[in-house]
Design a protein around this ligand. Structure first.
Ligand SMILES: *Cc1c(COP(=O)(O)O)cnc(C)c1O
Length: 381
């Protein structure tokens, strides 16, 4: 990372998230190229990244957003302007569905029973397209909590439960079976989709490939993605949608934190002003180890520390990291790739303050987007 960026991040009060505008733009440019080359539509899955302050920027590059329910759909409606709004939920509530009909252009159902329950209301809206989520029973995800195809999964309709006589009013099929994967996985997934649901695709207008496409990571095979999209488009005469979350803001954000204390218990320990449980829950849930700029694995560099949070949860540990120099109280640490699944999942457990959100603009300056305080903690209870 460039020194001037690091300097700008180090000057901010901690803890704070920082969205890197230049990195975001570079992701969006790539995604926009995929749209232009294939005529497909890329949608931001807001579940991963709902920082609406940058929705106007995102809107310049891609076709719109997808939502998991009324709140995300409404956020897109209010903040992204005149763009497509898709929604998928495993089950809609009655009042929610009425609201969705007012603002969404594509609504995807998770089951035939949901479709039949809402069908009459739905088809009265000829400006909206309705789709069904299918389960092709093929996924390469190894972590069960992220695998929508495990035996007994509630997500999507299996071939066995597909009611081909109930398709009137349905114009698209949707699958979402990938997570942080390459276009080779997509290629194999599409084979399963075609095998099990290909015969229905000829009568559809569109297909949605879901999320989990790690398009903006280094080494991703874009040409293969383009081939996959074009093959399905031409074979079945379909519009293609993809709805990545991660790929939109991959490596486009940081979490800056300060060292509050140093102790030891067999190992050197540093308590920092951020929390895995509260500010980066995927570190514990996924789990994974976020990279800190200038750090190494435990023992790789001369000074190793276990980084822990100022919460009461014994397991609120970010990980063991090593550094060239000893950590001192007040030192700042920059956790990388903290735009996605961080701000959207954070919480005030243990009365932890929420980190402020800054934008690191393409011109190198920083702007405060949002600051939180005691009321944000109190108002939730
Ligand atoms: C989570 C999700 C996405 C986005 O997934 P990423 O892994 O962030 O790309 C897209 N569509 C659906 C239905 C999802 O549940």
């Amino acid at each position: 990372m460039q020194d001037n960026k690091i300097k700008a991040l180090m000057s901010l009060p901690t803890p704070c998230y920082v969205i890197d505008e230049a990195a975001l733009i570079s992701n969006l440019e790539l995604l926009s190229t995929v749209e232009k080359k294939t005529g497909c539509h890329v949608l931001l899955a807001q579940k991963a990244f709902s920082a609406y302050h940058v929705y106007p920027l995102i809107a310049k590059y891609i076709s719109g957003t997808t939502a998991s329910g009324i709140f995300e759909a409404r956020l897109a409606y209010e903040e992204m302007g005149d763009k497509q709004i898709h929604v998928f939920s495993p089950a809609y509530r009655d009042e929610e569905f009425d609201e969705l009909l007012k603002i969404c252009d594509h609504i995807v159902f998770n089951s035939f029973s949901q479709w039949k329950y809402f069908r009459e209301k739905a088809i009265a809206h000829s400006n909206i397209e309705f789709g069904l989520r299918i389960n092709p029973e093929y996924s390469e995800i190894e972590t069960k909590i992220y695998d929508p195809c495990y035996t007994g999964s509630r997500l999507g309709i299996t071939p066995e439960n597909f009611e081909e006589n109930e398709l009137e009013g349905i114009s698209g099929l949707h699958f979402h079976t990938m997570c942080e994967q390459g276009s080779d996985t997509l290629e194999r997934t599409l084979k399963a989709v075609e095998e099990k649901f290909g015969k229905y695709l000829y009568n559809m207008k569109w297909i949605n490939f879901g999320g989990g496409h790690h398009i903006t990571r280094q080494g991703y095979d874009i040409d293969k993605l383009i081939q996959c999209i074009e093959q399905i488009k031409t074979k079945y005469g379909l519009e293609v949608y993809i709805e990545p979350g991660e790929a939109i803001a991959l490596n486009a954000g940081y979490l800056v934190s300060s060292v509050l204390d140093r102790t030891r218990n067999g190992i050197e320990i540093a308590v920092v002003d951020t929390s895995a449980a509260c500010h980066m829950p995927d570190v514990l849930e996924m789990p994974y180890r976020p990279y800190i700029i200038g750090s190494g694995k435990a023992g790789e560099m001369p000074y190793t520390y276990r980084l822990g949070a100022p919460t009461c949860l014994a397991g609120d540990i970010i990980g063991d990291y090593s550094f060239e120099k000893p950590l001192n109280i007040g030192d700042k640490l920059i956790f990388t790739d903290m735009a996605i699944y961080s701000m959207v999942k954070n919480n005030t457990f243990n009365g932890m303050p929420l980190p402020a959100v800054y934008l690191l603009k393409a011109d190198g300056s920083t702007k405060l987007l949002k600051k939180f305080g005691y009321q944000d903690f109190k108002s939730r209870l």
